[in-house]
Design a protein. Sequence first.
Length: 338
Amino acid sequence: MRTTPFTRSSGWLLVGLSLALHLLTVYAFARQPDRLAAFTVMPIWVWGGIGLLLSSSAFYFLRAPLSLLVTAIWALTILLGADEARVIGNLATPAPKRGKPEPIDGVQPIRVLTLNTALFRFGDPSEDIAAWQPDIVLLQEATPFQVKKIADRLYGGTGDFRAFAQNGVVTRWKILREVRNSDPKFLYFNYNVTVQPPSGPTIEVVNLHLSSASTDLRLWQRQCWRNHQANRKQRKVEIAVALKVLEDTTDFPYGQAVILGGDLNAPPTDPTARLLERDFDDAFNRAGTGWGNTFQRRIPILRLDQIHTTRHFTPVRCRAVTTRHSDHRMVVADLLLN
């Protein structure tokens, strides 16, 4: 293309826009201020894609090294900042397979599965869950009847389960107790049970279903930004309350082995999930393979469904698995109890 004053001006404008978007993106995702929650609700690679498009177009108009430098900066930013890129180091890690989990150095791992069943609006997922032979299952958006139906299919009446509102926990082992929030404002979003494996210490299982994320993407409207800000603050309060209940009812964070998971309605890069980083490991970050995003099932761009564990566990395998019977993908993790 022949360079003209117009093409040069257009190229420089595109480079400037790309750099400005890069500065905003880095600040928003690094600092995660609540007032920019509407911006960070989408993965960083969405904004990175826009930035790459701008800088690539600038090269077409400019034919100058600067646009290539901006393109390289964007590529590096996406690689370092995207949650999906965190598991690159797990390429040699095996993925969990259907059936009974394979032993690790002669030790049988604990298999945990979490799924938002969407109240069976897409059908009964019992068969899809049973194919993985999990030891502990966390269910969200499931009625007590549906939780019992899944428990019966998995363990034929020999397992145990507890259900409250639209949360449930199913296990092949004995449940010793259940804990519910006493505050009516936070009655339904989390549900704790104490599980006793055949050997070893008890395991506290925390099943979370935090407030639904705001889906308003009309970023040109001030109310959209306010809605996202209030929505994030609500989930941060909910997860703080869940951790407080855990501290008040167990020996957490000192001696209690805890598995915490469910539908957090926030990706791991969100401050909501970051509240867990001090005391928990993200099983997918530690041992995940493949595309870990879980929502929406057909084109998953957000990893809303997660499994976290205290340091009593070592995650050895983890993956997201598609089921036709939910709008979420389910997460399967194999854990070794240290």
